[in-house]
Design a protein around this ligand. Structure first.
Ligand code: SF4
Ligand code: SF4
Length: 217
C-alpha cells in the first residue's frame, strides 16, 4: 500500500511544480528579436573614461590573460617615466575572460563594465580596442577611416602578436619590436618624420597582412 502511495506522490509532485510554471510569466527572452534584460552586475564590454584614467598601469598588471597593453599619444616618449600618466589602456576582447579584475583594481573608476552584451566582430583586429574606440569621454572618442591608422596605434603594444597567436605570434612580435625601435629613432632625431612615416608604414602594412591571414578559415 505504502509503495502505491509513494508512486502516486512521485507522479503528482513533479506535475505540481511544472503546473505552477505554466501560469507564471516565462523567463526566456526572444533575443535577438527583443532586447535581452541584463542585471546591474552584468559584465558587458569595457568602457573607459579617458580623462579619469591616470595611466597607472594597474589594470594591465592585474590582467591574468595579458589582454591589456598601453598606448601613448603620438610623439610622447614611453621611455620617460614622467610620461607614464599619459598612457591609456588598449584591450583585446578576443582574449578577455571578463573576470573583472582590471575593473576592480582601477583606482579612479576609469575602467568599468558597460551593459553592452552584443558586439560580434568578423576578425581579430576588430576585437582589439584602442583607448579612443571604447572611451566614453567626449572629444576623445575616435574611429578609424583607414585601418592602417589603427594598426599604427596598436604597434606600440603587443596585442596584435598576442591576438595572432600560433606561428604568427613570434613574427608579429619582431615587427612590433622593430616598429618601436623606429619610433625611438624618430624621437631621438635619428630619422626624419618622413623617413619614419615611410618605414613605419611598411611594417604596419606587413602586420595588417598577417592579421588578415590569421582570420582566414
Ligand atoms: S576582465 Fe578581461 S581585461 Fe580585465 S582583467 Fe579580466 S581578462 Fe583582463
Ligand atoms: S584604466 Fe584605471 S587601472 Fe588602468 S591605467 Fe587607467 S587608472 Fe590605471
Amino acid at each position: 500500500m505504502n509503495k502505491i502511495i509513494r508512486m502516486i506522490k512521485s507522479f503528482i509532485l513533479p506535475l505540481k511544480v511544472t503546473g505552477s510554471y505554466a501560469i507564471k510569466r516565462p523567463f526566456t527572452v526572444m533575443y535577438p528579436k527583443e532586447p535581452a534584460v541584463v542585471k546591474d552586475r552584468w559584465r558587458g564590454f569595457h568602457q573607459l573614461d579617458y580623462n579619469k584614467c591616470i595611466g597607472c598601469g594597474l589594470c594591465g598588471m592585474t590582467c591574468p590573460n595579458k589582454c591589456i597593453d598601453y598606448i601613448f599619444p603620438d610623439g610622447v616618449d614611453p621611455r620617460d617615466k614622467k610620461n607614464q600618466r599619459l598612457r591609456r589602456p588598449a584591450i583585446d576582447w578576443g582574449h578577455c575572460i571578463f573576470c573583472g579584475l582590471c575593473v576592480e583594481v582601477c583606482p579612479t573608476g576609469a575602467l568599468r563594465f558597460s551593459m553592452k552584451y552584443w558586439g560580434h566582430k568578423l576578425n581579430r583586429l576588430d576585437l582589439i580596442m584602442t583607448p579612443e574606440e571604447y572611451t566614453i569621454t567626449e572629444g576623445k572618442k575616435g574611429h578609424y577611416e583607414n585601418i592602417l591608422d589603427k594598426v599604427r596605434k596598436l604597434m606600440q603594444t603587443h596585442l596584435l602578436s598576442m591576438a595572432a597567436g600560433g606561428e604568427w605570434e613570434e613574427i608579429l612580435r619582431k615587427l612590433e619590436d622593430k616598429w618601436i625601435q623606429l619610433y625611438y629613432d624618430r624621437l631621438d632625431g635619428k630619422l626624419s618624420l618622413e623617413e619614419w612615416d615611410k618605414k613605419a608604414r611598411e611594417i604596419e602594412e606587413l602586420a595588417l597582412k598577417i592579421m588578415e591571414q590569421v582570420n582566414l578559415p
